[in-house]
Design a protein around this ligand. Structure first.
Ligand code: C5P
Length: 415
C-alpha cells in the first residue's frame, strides 16, 4: 500500500476552508445546545478562530450530554460558561458584560427547544439570557429531526426569530443521525463560517472612499515629555471597521493607540496634530466621507526643547500655540466631502455640539458626555446624541461597535 503524505498546502486546499481564512477578528459567543451535531461545534470553533475570532463557548446542560466542556476549553483557551449563577465566573466577566463583549452570538447547533426559548424571550439559562441581553447580532444553526423541523410550532418560532432579525443559518437536507432523511441537518462548518462573513457585511457604502481620524495626538515638550489626552481611539477604529463592512475603502489616520488595525483598513500612524492635519489633507481629496473622531490637541508647545527641561524653579510656565483645526480645513476645501465630527463635552452638550456643527461646516455631529464613567473616553460603550441641521436623535447607551454601525447607517442615508 502506498501512503500519500500531504503537505500543509494540501490540507487547506478545500476552497471553502480557504475562504474561511478571511480575517474578521470578532468576539464570538459560540452557544452549543443539546443535539448530536454538537460534535461538529469543536471544528466550528477552530474554523472561527481561523477568521481571527476570539471565541467564548457557552453550553447548555443538555449539550454536555453530547460533548465535554473540556474539549471546548482546550480548543478555545477559555473556560466554558454554562451557569447563570456561577459566582466565580460572574466575578470575572458577568453575563451582562459578556453579552456586551460579543460581536455575534452564534448558536450551533440550535435545538428546537432552544429556538422555542429564544422565540419566547425566555431567560431560564445563561445562553438564552445572553441572547436577551446582547445588542450584537444573533445567528442560530438549527439541527433537529426533520419532523421536528417541519412541525408548525417550530416553523412559527422560526418566523418570529426572522421578524426580529435573528439569522437562521440552514438547516441542510440529507441523512440524519436518527436514520431518517430530510431537512434538519446542521449546515456544514465551512458554510456556517461563510454565512457569518455575510452577517457582518452590507453594501451601505459600497465603493465609497472614507477617511477617518482616530485616537489622541501627542504634542512634544522635550525629548521625554508630551501633552496628550485620554482618547483610546476605540470609537474611530470601530467606525473604520463598520465602514469597511459596509463596502467602503477606508483610510484611518491614527494617533498613538494600542489597537489593532481593522481588516482591510489602510492605516497611517501620526503623532502630532500638525502631522495629522497634513496627512488628512493629502488623503481627503476625492474622498466621499470624512469622519473626524480624533481627539486632536487644540494647542501645542510653542517650542520643543531639544534638552530635557530641568526642575530648577518652583513653577514652570509653558507657552502653547493653536493647532490647525483639521475639520475646518477639510470643510474649506472646494470639493468638500460629507463631514462627520464629534463633540466631547462635559456641559451644555447639545448646544455646544450644534455650535460646532455650524462653525466647522459639518454635516453630522455626534455629541457625547465625557463626564460619565460608562461613556466617552477609553471605555467600550458610549451614549450619544446624533445631530444634523435638520434632526436630533438621542441614542441609548450601547457598545462603541454597535454605535459605529448605527452612525454608518445614518451616514449612508445621506450619501
Ligand atoms: O476639540 P473640538 O471639541 O473642537 O472637536 C470637535 C471636532 O473637531 C472633533 O470631531 C475633532 O476630531 C475635530 N477637531 C479637529 N481639529 C482640531 C480639533 C478638533 O479636526 N484641532
Amino acid at each position: 500500500m502506498r501512503v500519500k503524505f500531504f503537505k500543509d498546502k494540501d490540507l487547506t486546499s478545500d476552497f471553502r476552508y480557504n475562504r474561511a481564512m478571511k480575517k474578521l477578528n470578532k468576539h464570538i459567543i459560540l452557544g452549543v445546545t443539546g443535539g448530536i451535531a454538537a460534535y461538529k461545534s469543536a471544528e466550528l470553533l477552530r474554523r472561527l478562530q481561523d477568521t481571527g475570532a476570539t471565541v467564548q463557548v457557552v453550553m447548555t446542560e443538555a449539550a454536555k450530554e453530547f460533548i465535554t466542556p473540556l474539549t471546548f476549553q482546550a480548543l478555545s483557551g477559555r473556560a466554558v460558561r454554562d451557569d447563570l449563577f456561577d459566582s466565580a465566573a460572574e466575578a470575572g466577566m458577568g453575563h451582562i458584560e459578556l453579552a456586551r463583549w460579543a460581536d455575534l452570538i452564534l448558536v450551533a447547533p440550535a435545538t428546537a427547544d432552544f429556538i422555542a426559548d429564544l422565540a419566547q424571550g425566555r431567560a431560564g439559562h445563561l445562553l438564552s439570557t445572553l441572547c436577551l441581553a446582547t445588542d450584537a447580532p444573533i445567528a442560530v444553526a438549527p439541527a433537529m429531526n426533520h419532523q421536528m423541523w417541519h412541525n408548525t410550532v417550530t416553523q412559527q418560532n422560526l418566523s418570529q426569530l426572522a421578524d426580529r432579525n435573528i439569522h437562521v443559518l440552514g438547516p441542510a437536507a440529507g441523512h440524519q443521525a436518527c436514520g431518517e432523511t430530510g431537512y434538519g441537518r446542521m449546515l456544514d462548518v465551512p458554510d456556517l463560517v461563510d454565512s457569518i462573513e455575510g452577517i457582518f457585511a452590507n453594501d451601505l457604502l459600497a465603493g465609497k472612499r472614507v477617511v477617518i481620524t482616530a485616537g489622541p495626538t501627542r504634542e512634544a515638550l522635550d525629548p521625554v515629555r508630551y501633552l496628550t489626552n485620554y482618547s483610546s481611539g476605540k470609537m474611530g477604529f470601530a467606525l473604520a471597521e463598520a465602514a469597511v463592512e459596509a463596502g467602503a475603502f477606508v483610510t484611518l489616520i491614527a494617533g498613538p493607540t494600542v489597537l489593532d488595525t481593522p481588516n482591510k483598513v489602510e492605516r497611517i500612524n501620526i503623532e502630532t496634530a500638525v502631522e495629522m492635519n497634513a496627512r488628512v489633507l493629502e488623503h481627503v481629496e476625492d474622498c466621499d466621507i470624512f469622519i473626524g473622531s480624533a481627539a486632536v490637541a487644540d494647542y501645542r508647545p510653542s517650542e520643543i526643547q531639544t534638552k530635557k527641561i530641568k526642575k530648577t524653579n518652583d513653577t514652570l510656565t509653558l507657552e502653547l500655540i493653536r493647532n490647525p483645526d483639521i475639520i475646518k480645513n477639510v470643510s474649506a476645501l472646494k470639493n468638500k466631502p460629507f463631514i462627520v465630527g464629534f463633540a466631547a463635552e462635559t456641559n451644555d452638550i447639545i448646544a455646544a455640539a450644534k455650535n460646532k456643527l455650524v462653525n466647522k461646516g459639518m454635516d453630522l455631529i455626534i455629541a457625547n458626555d465625557i463626564g460619565r464613567k460608562d461613556s466617552g473616553f477609553d471605555v467600550d460603550s458610549n451614549e450619544v446624541t446624533i445631530l444634523s441641521e435638520e434632526y436630533q436623535e438621542a441614542m441609548p447607551l450601547m457598545s462603541k461597535k454597535l454605535l459605529a454601525k448605527k452612525i454608518i447607517e445614518m451616514i449612508a442615508k445621506e450619501n
